[in-house]
Every structure is written in structure tokens, then in C-alpha cells.
Write a protein that binds this ligand. Structure first.
Ligand SMILES: *[C@@H]1O[C@H](CO)[C@@H](O)[C@H](O)[C@H]1NC(C)=O
Ligand SMILES: *[C@@H]1O[C@H](CO)[C@@H](O)[C@H](O)[C@H]1NC(C)=O
Length: 368
């Protein structure tokens, strides 16, 4: 009898645990992230690649004060968006062994530093998860979640999720402009290359839609020519690299046009463009207005503008990271990431097309 009743209560406890583990969260919305080092939260730590941020001083201002694989002194853009939409934690790297059970329902981060729209971008980094692979992983993820909560619930979880995709910068920096006379630059003049990138990207975004994504934030590139690395390597008298600025100026408006086209073709506002070039340009042109002492010199690095080579334990390191727009030669500081997410949340149509994320969240709330 005692044994039976204890068996019974074990079943109740197990049942409760099971319900807690597998019940789709009512309020918290899943969040999926695709892209490059600007949004990687540690996938590359699990790969044989040299594109990694797994050594100090990376992570110096992260809650654990340890490197995590984020290319930041602290949090990066997906972490802050996750915080803003009220998730219990930033979605884990897809390759993390801790991404199991209930945590899968919070979403996943598929981003991998070094990748681009094209497969030949970042080949020097060897084994990274290229964009088409990230989409494969998203499919695989959905199979795993279906085994947990069923096909129908999984479909709903994915349809209701927020998606962020940040890619494109490396197709210039780590492909077209990687070396003088690169294969792609011999194949295409810049305007043709940009058109090619946009048409390839459109196919990948369509695929994301086919895989169930219904609210997708798509960021443009930053002002590629104004990052400390380019000021050090290509800038003239402290000015931005004209060639990379030309690339960003061609690419970003065509990206917005392509997103509008996609939305028209689908007949719904699926893709939302974030003008990260403008967001960055604001503090590049007036760093003091945003509380930065400089937007030219990286906090961590060496050489002119601390823009040469990698950020390592041997590099110069600024004492207060919040005063720098750039953490390392290519990546914004946590403080800059916060300003960017602020604009994503509530920026005007100058920054967000066709609407900002708070409007999206309010709309989606009203439909459920
Ligand atoms: C990248 O490679 C994969 C696998 O070979 C292929 O299916 C995909 O179409 C390629 N993508 C691009 C943009 O070339
Ligand atoms: C953006 O978000 C804010 C709320 O945070 C809202 O007041 C504003 O109207 C929005 N702007 C646009 C252009 O949607």
C-alpha cells in the first residue's frame, strides 16, 4: 500500500516535471538567431576554426567575467533583444550540449563567426557554420522539438517566434576586399557583386520563410569603412575607407528594397529591415552625444586606432569599455550594442522599415 501510494506520488511529481519541461511557454516567445560574429554567442567554440572569441579579455564585462565566444566585452545584440522581449535567458548556441529539454523551447542561436551570404566567404576560417548549414540546423532543431512537444506545437512555436539575421559584412571584408585582386573582385565590379549578394540572400530568406519564420529582423551592414580595422588598414588621415563605405552605401538600400519585395510577394510583413548603418553612423559622427570618448579607437587591440590584428591578452585594453563605441577592431562594445537595440525597439522609420520592434510586439500581442 505504502509502496503503491509512493509510486502514485512519484507519478504525479514526474507528471509535473514533465509538464514543466515540455509545456510551450505561454508568454515568452521563442527567439532564433542566424548570422555572423556580430550575433554568435559561442557556436564557434565547438568548431575547429580560428574565428573565435574564447580567450580573455573577451567577456571581461559579461556577468561571469569570462569569455563565452561572444565578440564583445559583454552582451551582444541577441542577448539584449532577448532581454527586451522578456525571455528567461538568451537562446543558447545551437551546438551547446546544454541546449536540451525545456531550454530548446526558448529558441536557439545558429550564428557562426566568419560566415557570409556566400559559401566562399570566410574560407580562411576553415570549419564554420555557413548560412545554408545554419538553415539545415534550424530544420534539425524543429525535428528535435517535435519529438518533445509534437509537430503542431512546434510549428506554432516557430511561427510565433522572433527571428534575427545579421550577415553580409563578411562578404565584403572577408571576401571581396580580403586581398587585392580577390577572385570575386576579378569576377564582378562592385555594383554587380552587390546585386549578386542581394539575389543570393533573397533565396536564403525565402528558405527561412518556408521553414516557418514569420517575424524576421534583418540588419544591414554597419559603416564598413569606419571600423577601427579599416581606419588602420585603408583609411586616409583618420577618415573612413572610401571603398568600403561605397560598398555599404550600395548594399544597404538594395537590401531594404529586396525585403519590401519579399513582403509584397508573400503578402505579409515578414521581414523588417534594421538600418544598422544609420544607427552606427550616429555615434561615428558624434560619439560624445552617445557618451563615448571615441568611435575611432578600439578598446582592445594594437597599432593605429588599436585596429591591427586581434584582441588578445597582450593587446592594449581600455579601463572603461562603456566609453568606447568599438570593443575590438571590428565589433561594437556592449554599450554600443545597447544603443543599437534601443533603436531597433523604438526607432523611427529612418531606422526601422516598415516599423520598429515595439510596434511589431504590440501588433503580435493584439492578434493572440
Ligand atoms: C552553398 O553550398 C551548398 C552545399 O553545397 C549549396 O546547397 C548552396 O546552394 C550554396 N549556396 C550558395 C549561396 O552558393
Ligand atoms: C516606435 O516605437 C515607439 C514606442 O516605443 C512608438 O511610439 C513609435 O511611434 C514607433 N515609431 C514608428 C515609426 O513606428
Amino acid at each position: 500500500m505504502a509502496a503503491a501510494s509512493s509510486n502514485f506520488s512519484t507519478w504525479i511529481v514526474l507528471g509535473l516535471v514533465f509538464a514543466l519541461i515540455v509545456a510551450p511557454q505561454a508568454e515568452a516567445r521563442a527567439f532564433f538567431v542566424f548570422g555572423d560574429s556580430l550575433v554568435d554567442v559561442g557556436n564557434n567554440n565547438y568548431l575547429a576554426t580560428i574565428a573565435r572569441a574564447d580567450a580573455p579579455p573577451y567577456g571581461i564585462d559579461y556577468p561571469t567575467h569570462r569569455p563565452t565566444g561572444r565578440f564583445s566585452n559583454g552582451l551582444n545584440i541577441p542577448d539584449i533583444i532577448s532581454e527586451q522581449i522578456g525571455q528567461p535567458e538568451s537562446p543558447l548556441p545551437y551546438l551547446s550540449p546544454e541546449l536540451t529539454g525545456e531550454r530548446l523551447l526558448n529558441g536557439a542561436n545558429f550564428a557562426s563567426a566568419g560566415i557570409g551570404i556566400l559559401n566562399d566567404t570566410g574560407i580562411q576560417f576553415l570549419n564554420i557554420i555557413r548560412l545554408f548549414r545554419q538553415l539545415h540546423c534550424f530544420e534539425e532543431y524543429q525535428h528535435r522539438v517535435s519529438a518533445l512537444i509534437g509537430v503542431q506545437n512546434t510549428k506554432q512555436l516557430v511561427n510565433k517566434a522572433l527571428v534575427l539575421i545579421t550577415v553580409g559584412g563578411n562578404d565584403f571584408v572577408n571576401n571581396y576586399y580580403l586581398v587585392p585582386f580577390s577572385a570575386r573582385s576579378r569576377q564582378y565590379p562592385l555594383p554587380e557583386y552587390v546585386k549578386y549578394l542581394i539575389s543570393e540572400y533573397k533565396k536564403q530568406l525565402k528558405r527561412l520563410y518556408e521553414l516557418g519564420a514569420r517575424r524576421v529582423l534583418v540588419t544591414g551592414t554597419g559603416p564598413l569603412g569606419c571600423v577601427p580595422a579599416e581606419l588602420a588598414m585603408r583609411g586616409t588621415d583618420g577618415g573612413c575607407s572610401a571603398e568600403l563605405q561605397r560598398a555599404a552605401a550600395l548594399y544597404n538600400p538594395q537590401l531594404v528594397q529586396m525585403l519590401q519585395e519579399l513582403n509584397r510577394e508573400i503578402g505579409e510583413t515578414i521581414f523588417i529591415g534594421a538600418n544598422t548603418q544609420q544607427m552606427h553612423m550616429d555615434f561615428v559622427s558624434d560619439p560624445q552625444a552617445y557618451g563615448f570618448v571615441t568611435s575611432k579607437i578600439a578598446c582592445c587591440g594594437q597599432g593605429p586606432y588599436n585596429g591591427l590584428g586581434l584582441c588578445t591578452a597582450l593587446s592594449n585594453l581600455c579601463p572603461n569599455r562603456d566609453l568606447y563605441a568599438f570593443w575590438d577592431p571590428f565589433h561594437p562594445s556592449e554599450k554600443a550594442n545597447r544603443i543599437i537595440v534601443q533603436q531597433i525597439m523604438s526607432g523611427s522609420t529612418k531606422y526601422m522599415n516598415p516599423m520598429n520592434l515595439s510596434t511589431v510586439l504590440a501588433l503580435d500581442q493584439s492578434m493572440t
